[in-house]
Design a protein around this ligand. Structure first.
Ligand SMILES: [Mg+2]
Length: 392
């Protein structure tokens, strides 16, 4: 099958708020083959910049647009997708958002290849069977501890066996943070796993991060996520050494190429590596890290705060890893995100998510949702139009 077209659809909520909610817009990618089939993926990054990475003019030999390596390419097997990834990285290493653009294309190619072979993507990736994952309800801290308590009670009554709270005002004031974490634990009860996401708030300040460890240990928190910015490996390593079981550091969602994630494993001492398939370059790069984590005693977890399509894509790389059993599950996504696909990925009565058995990623974008939130884009260079939103 030859790649005939790659189409981008920029979808956005009518108003974008200054909160840690990445589901307020998305860049949907459709790849069409000359066999008449199509696959869908999503880039988890600033949508317009990702479109620019697709179509910008070449600056020099290491700074070619992603389209240069993709259009016209023949894809028949998993190995063909892997070599396409390598080619994009070779031709676009100086183009900073190339990996994010590649991520959506790579997902769409795995979806397309699955449809071509009539197999779910996880099977094409070499997994014999997919293990269900324990969904953790991923949400922001409430404005007050009382709000957080209510949110925790709600996810507990919704059958979740794990929950994560993060962002909001967490990380600024020690006493306020203690009250928030205790409220989350109280609302969840003793049996639901609790995770905390600091959203990189402490930069590389180990001492301030360490001052939160006693309350996290007291409340039986499983992981402290992103205490620092992604590249602060020394700080990650120092904080990791101060933790007692079961508390570990978690990080990696910011990785936009595999070495960033591997460095967190090798030098940051993380117990959990969190990979966003929409950032790291797609499913191909994500499974590379899933396998690396497995052989290095680190638990792999998806990072996903957006749509069911992104959730399905993020589950494929570690579908067959039984010991990596947690899964980020968005519970506060925008209507754009929750209504994006015709199918949904709901949790069962034990709080578990099961991967789709349908071909490819098993999720179909809903044309009505695309039309509702579509922001048409046109990019002109001189008197030439180098990009225009395609028709559905
Ligand atoms: Mg996070």
């Amino acid at each position: 099958m030859k790649i005939e077209a790659v189409d981008f659809f920029y979808l956005a909520m009518p108003e974008i708020h200054d909160i840690g909610d990445g589901s307020q817009d998305t860049l949907l990618v459709r790849v069409r083959g000359n066999n008449g089939q199509e696959g869908w993926g999503e880039c988890e990054a600033a949508p317009l910049v990702s479109i620019a990475a697709w179509c910008c003019p070449m600056s020099h030999s290491g700074c070619k647009p992603v389209s240069y390596s993709v259009l016209g390419r023949i894809i028949e097997s998993a190995a063909d997708i892997q070599s396409l990834n390598a080619e994009v990285r070779r031709n676009s290493f100086d183009l900073l958002q190339a990996d994010h653009t590649l991520a959506g294309i790579d997902m769409a190619l795995w979806d397309l290849l699955g449809k071509q072979h009539d197999e779910p993507t996880w099977k094409l990736l070499g997994w014999k069977k997919p293990f269900p994952k324990t969904a953790y309800a991923s949400q922001l801290f409430g404005d007050t501890p009382a709000d957080t308590l209510q949110k925790a009670q709600r996810v507990r009554s919704d059958n979740f066996r794990a929950a994560k709270f993060g962002w909001g005002s967490f990380g600024i004031d020690l006493a306020a943070d203690q009250a928030q974490v205790r409220a989350a634990r109280e609302g969840l009860g003793p049996d639901v796993a609790l995770l905390v996401d600091a959203g990189t708030i402490w930069g590389e300040d180990v001492e301030t991060a360490a001052s939160r460890l006693p309350v996290l240990q007291e409340c039986g928190v499983l992981w402290l996520e992103e205490p620092f910015v992604s590249g602060a490996l020394k700080a990650y390593s120092e904080l990791s050494k101060l933790m007692r079981n079961p508390l570990r550091t978690a990080g990696g969602e910011g990785s936009h190429e595999p070495f960033m994630a591997r460095n967190l494993i090798d030098f940051g001492g993380v117990g959990y590596i969190q990979i966003d398939a929409g950032r790291i370059g797609g499913i191909t790069s994500a499974i590379e890290i899933a396998r690396y984590a497995e052989t290095h005693g680190v638990t792999y977890v998806n990072h996903t705060f957006t749509t069911p399509l992104a959730l399905s894509a993020s589950l494929q790389p570690y579908a067959g890893l039984e010991t990596s059993s947690l899964c980020e599950y968005p519970v506060e996504a925008s209507t754009l995100a929750t209504q994006l696909t015709l199918e949904s990925l709901s949790i069962d009565h034990n709080g578990q998510v099961h991967l789709p058995e349908r071909p490819g990623l098993g999720m179909t974008p809903n044309p009505a949702t695309i039309r509702q939130y579509l922001q048409p884009v046109e990019i002109n260079l001189g008197d030439q139009t180098i990009y225009t939103t395609p028709s559905l």
